[in-house]
Design a protein. Sequence first.
Length: 340
Amino acid sequence: MRHSTFRQLEVFEALARLGSFTRAAEELFLTQPTASMQIKKLTDAVGLQLYEQVGKRIYLTDAGKALQSTCRELFESLNNFEMLVSDMKGLKQDKLRLAVVTTAKYFAPRLLGPFCNQYPGIDVSLKVSNRERLLERLGNNMDDLYILGQPPEGLEVISEPFLDNPLVVLAPNDHPLVGKRNIPLARLAEEPFIMREPGSGTRIAVERLFLEQGHAIKMRMELGSNEAIKQAIVGGLGLSVLSRHTLALDAATGQLATLDVEHFPIQRQWYAVHPSGKQLTVVAQTFLDYLRSAARNLNEIPCHHAQQAGACPLITAPEPVATPGAKSPRSTSAMARRRR
Ligand code: PGA
């Protein structure tokens, strides 16, 4: 039996599964006489009849059934081994396809830096688009992992919060509301507003707050970029609400002030998300693990607003917790995750 070849076992497995020499030979691209010969050699090696043929149909004997389940286990183990090996190779030379919402570009590349240095063979692609586009990509399973400001509703996903994302009210340094305490939302609603484009997660959060509090937004302008919005605020075109992350490492930041308005900051979080049916590659899983610890270690970024001296707690990482309405993150091993 030990001298039987892997090929003979493959032919037998196909024969047992398909119940026909013709179909088994076809599946394995063999001629029928070759398939019959392989089975004969295997039967001789086992020393027991493996099947009975009635008309054209094949019926497995008890020995045949036992061999069939042995083959399955064997092929499954080999399959898993192959995946493990390719994942191991993959960690050195595979791809990581990451898609993030517009605002996440303020921290995602910085998080990627040390990861890429640690695994120089990994080819990383980073797609940046607004929430709406990102959800389309997620629905079409186009990337390995997604970073967005709120887990999507209506899509089966696994999501995990990993970083705070406070949304703050920004004004030019010389705005009359600068320095005022606990400004009522109604007062803010009197100011002209610069809004992100429809489909932006930031915009959705701001609109939701105003709606919940029964105020209308006086929209003066719509801009599809956080950077353009900051320039427009400095230019005196109006106020806006943006993620505090947009203030990092930026020249315009010194000319902006954060207003102390009731209900602000809107406390949001960044989530790492992937479709729940998706088998994460080892690279993607490794990045996810890295993300959890790297987010905790991100340095606090100094806040340059004139009115807020000292450091602002831009980045504080929460403990990963289960997301309401979404499945909790998996913690199974790479092997177990990759079972088909
Ligand atoms: P956005 O998303 O960049 O599309 O506004 C950010 C968020 O969802 O918080």
